[in-house]
Design a protein around this ligand. Structure first.
Ligand code: V1P
Ligand code: ZN
Length: 368
C-alpha cells in the first residue's frame, strides 16, 4: 500500500466564505468521487494532522501566527491586523479556513512528507498554498505549507530540495524565501505577471541571487497555452534543472487552474496534458511529495486530481464513469457549467490532448 491520499472530510467545516473562488468543497468532492469510482480504499486515506506552532515558526513570524489564531477565536479581524497582515479582506477573508483549515492543510503537507520518508507516495490536495508570506496573507493563502514543509525537510538534513510549481499563478512567496538559497531549487511555470496575479514576480530574469543565483527558474507564459506549449516548456525546464541540481527530494505543486475549464486562468490545458506533465516530472525525478494548489472548477479539478491519484496508486485510468460517480459530479450544481458543452465531464475521466502549434514567444522562453 504505497500510495497515500492525505485528505479529510474535516475541510467541509473549514470553507472559505461565500462568493470566494475557494468556497467549493474540493477535498470532500475528490474523496466522494474517488470512492464512488471505487478508486480508493479507506486504508489508502490518511486524515492528515494539524501543523504545530513550532513547525509554523520555521517559516512564519510568531506575531502573524498569533494574529491568525486570535482572529479565528474571536471571529473578527482588528483593523490593525487587516492592514498589517492582509487578513479579513475580500481575497483573504476570515472564515474557518483561515486558521483551522490552513493548519490542517499545512500539517497534511508535513504528513505527506513524513509518509514519503516512510516509503509512501503521498498526495495532499489541500496543500500548495504558495502565496502566503512569512507575515502576510496573500492570494487566498494564509499558511505557506510548501515552505513549512521544505523547512522541515531542511531540518531533517536534506541538502538539495527541488520545488516545482505547475499552478497557473507564480509561487511568489516560495520564490522569495529561497531566492538566496542554493539548497532549494524553485521552478515555476505560470501565467506571465505581465497580465496575471501576482503581477510583480515570476519574470524570466529572476534567477536567484547571491548563493542562490541559478537556483530559481521561471517560465512566464502568455495567454492561451495548450498542452503542446506547456509540455515543451516543462521539458526544457527539467533539462535545465538536471544540468545543475540533483535533488535529494522534490515537492510538486499541482494547481489545476491552468485547465481550460478553470475561470481563474487564461490557459487551455486539458487534463491529458496535466497528467502528462505529472508523468514527465516523475520520470525525471522519481517519486516525490505531491501537493494540490489552485483549482476553481470543482469538476475539472476532481477529474485532474483523480488522474494524479490513479497514477501514484498504480491504477489504470477508467474509460467511463460509474453512475454513482456521475451523480457525485452532478450534485455539485456548478453554476458556471454549460451542461451541453461540458457533458464530456460526466462521461470520461481522461480528455483528449489539446494540441496547438508552439508560438515563437514560447520558443524564445525555452531558449533563454
Ligand atoms: O488578481 C488578484 C488581485 C485583484 N487585485 C487587484 C490583485 N488576485 C487574484 C488572486 C489569485 C490567487 C490564486 C491562488 C493560487 O495560486 C493558489 C491557491 O491559485 C485573483 C484572481 C485571478 N484571476 O488571478 N483573485 C480572483 N481572481 C478572484 C476572483 C473572484 C473572486 C475573488 C477573487
Ligand atoms: Zn493558481
Amino acid at each position: 500500500m504505497r500510495a497515500k491520499l492525505v485528505a479529510s472530510y474535516a475541510y467541509r467545516n473549514f470553507r472559505y466564505s461565500s462568493n470566494h473562488p475557494l468556497r467549493i468543497p474540493r477535498v470532500s468532492l475528490l474523496l466522494d468521487f474517488l470512492k464512488a469510482m471505487e478508486l480508493v480504499k479507506d486504508t489508502e486515506v490518511d486524515e492528515g494532522r494539524n501543523a504545530t506552532q513550532e513547525e509554523l515558526l520555521e517559516y512564519h513570524t510568531e506575531d502573524y501566527i498569533n494574529a491568525l489564531r486570535e482572529a479565528d477565536a474571536c471571529g473578527c479581524v482588528k483593523p490593525k491586523y487587516r492592514e498589517l497582515y492582509n487578513i479579513g479582506t475580500y481575497e483573504n477573508p476570515l472564515s474557518p479556513a483561515t486558521w483551522r483549515g490552513s493548519l490542517l492543510a499545512c500539517g497534511s503537507s508535513l504528513k505527506a512528507a513524513e509518509l514519503f520518508l516512510e516509503g509512501h507516495i503521498s498526495f495532499n490536495p489541500a496543500g500548495g498554498m504558495h502565496h502566503a508570506y512569512p507575515s502576510r496573507a496573500n492570494g487566498f493563502c494564509f499558511i505557506n505549507d510548501p515552505a513549512v514543509t521544505i523547512q522541515m525537510l531542511k531540518k531533517l538534513g536534506f541538502k538539495k530540495i527541488l520545488y516545482i510549481d505547475l499552478d497557473a499563478h507564480h509561487c511568489d512567496a516560495v520564490q522569495d524565501f529561497y531566492y538566496h538559497d542554493d539548497s532549494v531549487f524553485v521552478f515555476s511555470i505560470h501565467q506571465s505577471p505581465e497580465y496575471a496575479f501576482p503581477f510583480t514576480k515570476g519574470f524570466l530574469h529572476e534567477r536567484g541571487a547571491s548563493k542562490g543565483k541559478g537556483f530559481n527558474l521561471n517560465a512566464p507564459l502568455p495567454k492561451g497555452v495548450t498542452d503542446t506549449e506547456f509540455l515543451k516548456v516543462l521539458e526544457t525546464g527539467i533539462e535545465v534543472i538536471k544540468e545543475v541540481f540533483k535533488p535529494d527530494v522534490y515537492l510538486l505543486q499541482l494547481g489545476t487552474d491552468g485547465l481550460e475549464e478553470d475561470y481563474l486562468s487564461k490557459w487551455r490545458l486539458s487534463n491529458w496534458g496535466f497528467l502528462k506533465a505529472f508523468k514527465m516530472v516523475r520520470e525525471a525525478f522519481g517519486d516525490g511529495i505531491y501537493l494540490g494548489g489552485g483549482g476553481y472548477h470543482p469538476i475539472a479539478l476532481t477529474r485532474a486530481w483523480s488522474l494524479v491519484w490513479c497514477e501514484i496508486s498504480g491504477r489504470e485510468v477508467p474509460t467511463t464513469l460509474r453512475r454513482e460517480a456521475r451523480e457525485v459530479l452532478l450534485s455539485v450544481g456548478w453554476e458556471e457549467l454549460d451542461e451541453t458543452d461540458r457533458s464530456y465531464m460526466y462521461e470520461t475521466l481522461l480528455d483528449k490532448p489539446r494540441e496547438g502549434h508552439i508560438r515563437r514567444e514560447i520558443l524564445s522562453i525555452c531558449e533563454a
